[in-house]
Each structure stands twice: as C-alpha cells, then as structure tokens.
Design a protein around this ligand. Structure first.
Ligand SMILES: [Zn+2]
Length: 111
C-alpha cells in the first residue's frame, strides 16, 4: 500500500521511535540496578538492546531531517541528485532523504 507521507506522519514516526528509545533505556536502567556488581547473566541481552537503541537513534536523526525537508517542501526529493524519490521506497523507508541510486553510491563510498 502506498501512503502519502505527510509531515505529520513523519513526526509521529519520530515520536514513536523516541518513545521506544526511552522505553529501552528504562529497561536497561532497571536491569543495571538489579545486576549490581555480580556477573551479569543478561550481558548479551543488554548489548543487543544497546545496539537497538543506537539503530533507533540513527533513525530519529534521519526522521528529523526528513521532517525538516518536509517543512521546506522538499520531502521526497533526493538530497544528492534532486530527483524525486520512488514512492514505494518512501512507503517502506519514510525517513530516507536519498533515492535508491544515491543511497547505494553512498554505501559504496562508506565501505
Ligand atoms: Zn539521488
């Protein structure tokens, strides 16, 4: 299903992601209190949660940028080449500010 991603839904997405981060952080804090100085049997679990929080934080950053570009009336326009981003891509990845081609180019550059 294709949706018209409006600034409002982007902001909702961002708020929900932020709420999820807070929930996970609270979970980590409770866990820490209980673990005390003993060897923590939940270490692997906690590292997984930390990694998830980092992923979500990156997502929030991207959503912020998408919200900004929406405010400038540039939502759905690729940051790099200025071409419209495929609607299907936006439906799956509402936070993206790059078209498929430019996203792939950037990934190649990074690796
Ligand atoms: Zn592009």
């Amino acid at each position: 299903m294709l949706t018209d991603a409006s600034p409002k839904s982007l902001e909702q997405e961002r708020d929900e992601t932020l709420a999820e981060i807070q929930r996970l952080q609270r979970f980590l804090e409770i866990d820490l209190d209980e673990a005390d100085d003993e060897i923590d049997p939940n270490l692997a679990e906690r590292e997984k949660t930390l990694a998830l929080i980092q992923t979500l934080e990156r997502r929030v950053e991207m959503l912020e940028r998408a919200v900004e570009s929406a405010q400038k009336g540039k939502y759905g326009i690729c940051e790099d080449c200025g071409q419209p981003i495929d609607a299907e891509r936006l439906a799956i990845l509402p936070e993206t500010t790059l078209c498929v081609k430019c996203a792939q180019k950037r990934q190649k550059r990074r690796w």
